[in-house]
Design a binder for this molecule. Sequence first.
Ligand code: AP5
Ligand code: MG
Length: 378
Amino acid sequence: MENRILVKDRYFVPYIPYERLEQAIDAVAERINHDFKNFNGTPIILCVLNGSILFTGELMKRLNFPCEFSSIRLSSYEGTLSTGVTRKVLGLTSSIKGRTVIVVEDIVDTGKTITDLHALLLDAGAADVKICTMLLKPEVYKKELKLDYVAMEIENRFIVGFGLDYDQLGRNYKDIYILDTNTPRTMRKHFLIFGPPGAGKGTQAALMIERFGLRHVSTGDLLRREIANGTPLGQQAKTLIDQGLLVPDEVVEGMIASELDANPGVKGFIFDGFPRTTAQAEHLDRILADRDGKVDAVVSLMIPDETVFERIRHRAEVENRVDDTKPEIIQNRIDTYHAKTEPVISYYKGKGCYREIDGLGTIDEVFDKICAVMKDYE
Ligand code: AP5
Ligand code: MG
């Protein structure tokens, strides 16, 4: 078992080794075998994808009575929950009418999913539905539904491995790992991707998070999310963004502090579109210092104003950003950049962490230049 693994942008440390999982599966399989020894009929083992794929495989190898196999997914919640069960069973291949079904889950926490599924399967005509879960978080399980077979109980922590994922990654580890909330904060790295509108900050940040395992924080994206959700903050921001002006410093500063605090176990951050004023840069230094951190490097993509126009005009054809639509708004964004954001360059030059890169060239060429700079911080 690895001492520490990086899954996407977070560190995880060992929690349950495979050998202990095997013992727990042996024990739960023995109980199921005992209960179904003289069963009259053929139960269906129902694997709930994706999480329980490894557990189901291990469990089935140990079952010694005739059984069929089927798998399903559950749709995400639709509409309001007050109207009752709003999920659907997807991909069920065998008919379960009149059959006994043993549902195999990877983990049960609050119990909402398993309770919904239990009801849906009975509605679909199953004669009996047994629940078998690899893991249970008893601290948070709130339902009356009896869980017939529980291989292991665990505390309420965030885990990956043995089928369980973080953002679809990490399922393939055979052991289970737990989010490392004890990584010293001083180990966290903080990078900025800087540059005028359309310089390629978002494009390159997407490549950087994958290559370097960093968490992306784009204030523009966060503000657009607020706008899409129609929050008061979003409404205030929309008026300014639509004109190509900056939103007030305090608004974005609050967002950054919450991102820093809401993400334990993260290897590092890449801030995109922040800071955009010297006041924001000073604020960032303060909030990082409060958390034992600092700005490690400012990766600055420089392109001339004509290229800004070209790239944003091109993006307007594929994306639907209001601030990309009119030349006068794009011009305002460029003017705002020169007036308010460009001074941030001298601020970071003074601190010795400013790394300028020519932002012209293909996306891959620019990324190669960024990787050459990032080598100094690995
Ligand atoms: P924000 O969303 O940050 O916009 P921006 O800074 O104007 O930058 P863009 O997102 O337009 O460009 P980008 O550099 O990410 O380029 P991209 O990779 O998309 O902010 C929006 C607004 O929110 C601001 O105007 C402000 O009002 C507000 N706001 C946000 N943060 C704030 C803050 N901290 N304080 C106050 N207000 C704030 O690339 C652009 C296009 O070019 C794409 O189509 C891409 O495919 C293409 N492209 C990229 N690289 C290349 C290449 N090498 N060759 C050819 N094409 C390329
Ligand atoms: Mg962007």
